[in-house]
Design a protein around this ligand. Structure first.
Ligand code: F6P
Length: 324
């Protein structure tokens, strides 16, 4: 007996993440393999509202697995916060006979999927964000590439920082999530890691540490600062004034969101994209795909979005122990 699902649509939403293309490719090819029609929605929920919807075939996703960004483009659609707009979006899905909608994005995008699911549209979320901050999954597509981009950049800044015997404040992405900063802090051997989940905004403590460590002969000082924990340029100026150590700020910025995805991102994206379609075809409804404790899993969208996540305390404590 064939699947009841005839048409599957896919969109990417929110900040892009390396590996989103691999996920789109997996959705499209798995759905075609299951005998479904596939539609691509351009620019996330914004494109849905504008009915910017294209037909996709196997060729539409050829030669994209290695590319960063998203061939479907993306947007942050604030209009989707309005109930009347959510009604319109659900009507548009029905008009285009979309039986299953795969939403690739972060928790903001999943909220869009959730409100459509509540209006009877079978939406399934696939976690795609460099921030790693989706509670119901240990892995989000894009994190591995982003953290490696940041790590390589910090290594380079560290070289020049050492040559000039400077302090460097290096800002990584993650407005509300310190995962990239924490991973880099450990992987780059930083002296300080400032993440909004733990930072006590005690700049004087950092200044005292720098003065103390310089007395003991430390020649450079690396501070990894998660975006959102103060202004890195201002922090660098204050540290230089208070310690006498030349200090520079480097903001890595959007480079972390681009680039060819790592093998890990391509693989997880392929697995999670395919799983989303397998769920839809098997008749499951309103799910979020994730990866937990070494397995690919799925949760009810309401349950998944209600979960919370914090950084690993052991990992955080370790970052402090290793920075001595
Ligand atoms: O959510 C991904 C992310 O890159 C965050 O790390 C960052 O805070 C934010 O998006 C930046 O958003 P924008 O590209 O809209 O400036």
């Amino acid at each position: 007996m064939g699947s009841k699902v005839k048409t599957i649509a896919v969109l990417t939403s929110g900040g892009d993440a390396p590996g989103m293309n691999a996920a789109i490719r997996a959705v499209v090819r798995t759905a075609l393999g299951a005998g479904c029609k596939v539609k691509g929605i351009m620019r996330g929920f914004q494109g849905l509202l504008e009915e910017d919807i294209i037909d996709m075939d196997a060729k539409s996703v050829s030669d994209i697995i290695q590319r960063g960004g998203t061939i479907l483009y993306t947007a942050r659609c604030l209009d989707m916060l309005k109930p009347e707009v959510q009604d319109i979006a659900a009507d548009i899905c029905r008009k285009h006979e979309i039986d299953g909608l795969v939403v690739i994005g972060g928790d903001g995008s999943f909220k869009g999927a959730q409100v459509l699911a509540r209006r009877g549209i079978n939406a399934v979320g696939v976690p795609g964000t460099i921030d790693l901050d989706i509670a119901c999954t240990d892995y989000t597509i894009g994190f591995d590439t982003a953290v490696n981009t940041a790590m390589e950049t910090i290594d380079k800044v560290r070289d020049t920082s050492t040559s000039h015997e400077r302090c460097s404040v290096i800002e990584v992405m993650g407005r509300h999530a310190g995962f990239i900063a924490l991973w880099c802090g450990i992987a780059n051997g930083a002296e300080e890691i400032l993440i909004s989940e733990r930072y006590d905004y005690d700049e004087q403590r950092i200044i005292n540490n720098i003065i103390e460590k310089r007395k003991k002969g430390k020649k450079h000082y690396i501070i990894v600062n998660a975006e959102g924990v103060g202004d890195s340029n201002g922090m660098a100026k204050r540290i230089e004034a208070a310690t006498g150590m030349e200090t520079r700020a480097t903001i890595i910025g959007h480079a972390q969101r681009g680039g060819s995805p790592t093998a890990r991102d391509r693989l997880y994206a392929s697995m999670m994209g395919a799983k989303a379609v397998d769920l839809l075809v098997s008749g499951a409804s309103k799910r979020i795909v994730g990866y937990k404790n070494g397995e690919y899993v799925d949760y009810d969208i309401e349950e998944g979005l209600a979960m919370t996540k914090d950084i690993d305390q052991y990992m955080y404590d370790l970052s402090i122990r290793l920075s001595k």
